[in-house]
Ligand binder design. Sequence first.
Ligand SMILES: [Zn+2]
Length: 442
Amino acid sequence: MPPNILNLSAYTVTSFQETDHDYHIDAVAVRGPIACPHCHNEKFYSYGRREQMVKDLPMHGKRVGIYIDTRRYRCRSCLKTFYETLPSINAKRSMTNRLVDWIGKQSIKRTFSSIAEEVGVAEGTVRLIFKDYVADLNDKFRYETPEWMGIDEIHLIRPRGVIANIREKTIVELLPNRTKETMIRYLSGLENHSKVRYVAIDMWKPYRDAVQRVMPDATIIIDKFHVLRMANDAMERVRKSCRESLTPKQRRGLMHDRFVMLKREDTLSDQEALLLSGWTKNFPTLGRAYQLKEDFFKIYDSKDKADALEKFAAWERSLTQELRPAFSNLLKAWRNWQPYITAYFDHPVTNAYTESLNNLIRVVNRLGRGYSFDALRAKILYAEGALKKRSVKPKFNRRQKSERRAGEMSYAMMIQHKEIKREIQLGADISTLAKMIENGRL
Ligand SMILES: [Zn+2]
């Protein structure tokens, strides 16, 4: 029998049994207690023993149970009895500390049931350890409150709220839903939320209401991407309504070529431009819709808010009766959200992360079912390898007179002066996350 099969230096292995699935290991602590825990007297005598079974890390694919012969003592001074305290053991869980750590780390990578089976504990126990582990992570990684905040939607089984740091292109929080109450609770709990200056949102009223309630000084801007997407949706609506008048062959062709109609005019290749003009010559309605879509995009090239408002008015006048219905959602959105849409022209908060976020949203469902929201949240928010941070030097502190006089610093002073570089946690990098999910590394 290998004497230290456990690799736990505080224990001596006394016997060892192996079955098809399990190891049963008897052990005893190397060192006994030094003093009575009640009165600190150093004189006590043996007063019986009991066996305590704790689970340990699985070994060679087998579950491991350690049977610790735990000694009981009686104090000669206060006469109270006590058991020896067991090193490296988490008494609350009847597990070794290293098993608790391991389950915590595994719990955001795998399903609870697979871990429970591998270790030989109840699934509920894994869930409790997971909860503690995530609470520790939440404390350890307090992400910096973004000055430029993005609030978006991500579909994880259900629609959830994503809070992003726009400048850093990171995710700083995932919220279980998109209700006003959830948003208010989150925003109010933020460390110095008055720091948030701009909030880019999609056209979702609960977001706007919550931001206005908690951070009335922050400027709300409708994310440009969400507005432009509505123009593309209108184009698609017109394309679909044209299908009726087409032959089956033409229909397939139009379906195949639809992407050129969603591209900006100045990004079309020669071949794509030719394709587009083929369709728009034969189907003038498509041509008019394309022009309207392009003209709407051009509103975003405006030099300021007044210019944008003027361009929009001209654009609305150019809408024909025929095409107005296709663009009705966009018109309605503009009517309802105009101040927030045009706030963009005063504060062009660049939504540079939108593309990577859309990538992430596209792949995130691959993370698979079988996970609770809390597990998916921790998986995304604390993904090793995606976390972004910035280190800052400590402030320059003027030397104290006493230090100069002494000429050289005492050891204690040196310790005091070796200030630790502070690290600011910025969140999980969105494009790294998307890549990790795509490669199955999450
Ligand atoms: Zn005592």
